[in-house]
Design a protein around this ligand. Structure first.
Ligand code: FES
Ligand SMILES: [Fe+2]
Length: 460
């Protein structure tokens, strides 16, 4: 059902206010599923989760369960995990390897092998077929629904249910440079990362947008992490969560809805900062890779590691712990968070161990930093759900009107070191999707973005 109510007026990005309804209302949530999650490019997984033919993992797109699999022809496919017969979840494991997906309810089975079927996911077997259906069943019609648009971007698999969605790289714009810092090998090679271990999955009673807007650029909430900052959870074993992080800027892409906390582009890479002092082998690894990266990238323009959100619900940290985050919508006041951790495909075991241990004490349901955030979002959601509380707007006026263009980046603005500028960008984009605009309208502002001012050349 395409929603007929336009909820876009609930946000006022120019004035810096957002109605609480969009965080607690079931009607708004249902409209988001249609207007945003059934259309936008969504992260589904990473190719290293399905390295062999017939490997699969079960993932989510919006509230739909999907199967991410690699067929015998090495194609990566995304199929709706709901049986066309009576809707049963066909695959109930998180991951595995199978030639045929067989529905546990009545036994219909489906294949992705193009030597057997024309369309991946097609129906290849059903009990008592001849006796029950004769020749009347149209097998081509009753297969698992394949997602029409799937792209492999440097190992990450993205998909959209909208066949008319623009190319992924247009959707990403120059945000690509920042996402690359999470996906590329630490020596500067493109891609070259794999998922370390499995996927952390947990649910919390909070609206999915609180997570997306936090990682798009909320530096203002650092007070929440005071206890984590006093503990010794950083990679070097010293006090604090991270080491040697230079002051970051709030950088956003108003025409596309993406944003990050990080650094404007540059040519000269800052020198390696000591990080893993307690682990000399790990320190030596990252130092040597830093040097290799500086050499490989030479004088090319680049950006540094950051934390950001790709609209609508994919966030990433490219600094350690290097991770991809899904903020899956479950209900108006509930989300399911998934974290994948990335590591260089050829990282030695000692590096993988150190990265894994740091990731676990920092992120995920057991990580100190994530626990602080989860507490904020779940209490905020509950305290916003009351009859009186729902009538009040949220305030997003921090550094309102301070956006400045950034040389070297198309369509990007910097709104300061502490700012809610990226949240305003996020909710502006949210409203554009919620208005039900077509893709030409949704992409018009990005397409007409002027060439960015050139970045002062190397050595200037
Ligand atoms: S629901 Fe899958 S075979 Fe009946
Ligand atoms: Fe936080």
């Amino acid at each position: 059902m395409v929603p007929t109510v336009d909820y876009s007026g609930l946000v006022d990005p120019d004035g810096g206010t957002v109605a609480r309804e969009i965080f607690v209302s079931r009607e708004v949530f249902e409209a988001e599923l249609e207007n945003i999650f059934a259309r936008a490019w969504l992260l589904v997984g990473h190719e290293s989760q399905v390295p062999q033919a017939d490997d699969y993992v079960v993932s989510r797109m919006g509230t739909d369960s999907v199967i991410l699999t690699r067929n015998r022809q090495d194609e990566i496919l995304v199929l709706l995990n709901s049986c066309p017969h009576r809707g049963m979840r066909v695959c109930r494991y998180d991951a595995g390897n199978t030639q045929i997906f067989t529905c546990p309810y009545h036994g219909w089975s489906f294949s992705t092998d193009r030597d057997r079927v024309e369309r991946p996911g097609a129906l290849v077997g059903l009990p008592r077929a001849r006796e029950g259906y004769g020749d009347t069943l149209d097998r081509a019609r009753w297969g698992l629904l394949p997602c029409p648009r799937v792209v492999n971007y440097k190992g990450t698999i993205w998909a959209s249910w909208d066949a008319g969605v623009p190319p992924f790289e247009d959707y990403l714009g120059d945000m690509r440079l920042y996402l690359d810092t999470a996906l590329d090998h630490r020596d500067g090679r493109e891609g070259g990362s794999v998922v370390l271990g499995g996927v952390q999955k947990w649910r919390l009673k909070a609206n999915w947008k609180l997570s997306a807007e936090n990682f798009i650029g909320d530096l203002y909430h650092n007070i929440s992490h005071q206890s984590a900052d006093l503990a010794e959870i950083g990679p070097s074993g010293g006090k604090g969560r991270r080491d040697n992080l230079r002051p970051r800027r709030t950088i956003g892409f108003p025409a596309l809805g993406h944003g990050l906390l990080g650094y404007p582009p540059f040519y000269d890479e800052p020198p390696y900062a000591d990080t893993w002092r307690k682990y000399p082998e790990v320190e030596a690894y990252f130092r040597s890779l830093h040097e290799a990266r500086v050499k490989r990238l030479g004088n090319s323009m680049r950006v540094d590691m950051s934390v950001g959100t790709v609209f609508p619900n994919m966030s990433f940290h490219s600094n350690q712990p290097r991770t991809l985050l899904f903020s899956h919508p479950v209900g108006a006041t509930e989300m399911e968070m998934w974290r994948l951790y990335l590591v260089d495909a050829d990282a030695p075991a000692a590096v993988q161990d150190a990265v894994r241990a740091y990731a676990l004490r920092y992120s995920g349901p057991g990580g100190m930093t994530e626990q602080d955030d989860m507490e904020n979002w779940s209490y905020a959601t509950e305290a916003s759900s009351g009859t009186i509380a729902r009538r009040q707007d949220y305030n997003y006026q921090l550094s309102l009107g301070r956006e400045r263009p950034i040389p070297g980046l198309r369509g990007a603005v910097d709104s300061g070191d502490v700012s809610e500028g990226n949240a305003r960008i996020f909710y502006r984009r949210w409203a554009e999707f919620m208005r039900g605009h077509d893709w030409a309208t949704l992409m018009a502002a990005a397409a007409s973005e002027p060439e960015p001012a050139p970045l002062a050349a190397h050595g200037d």
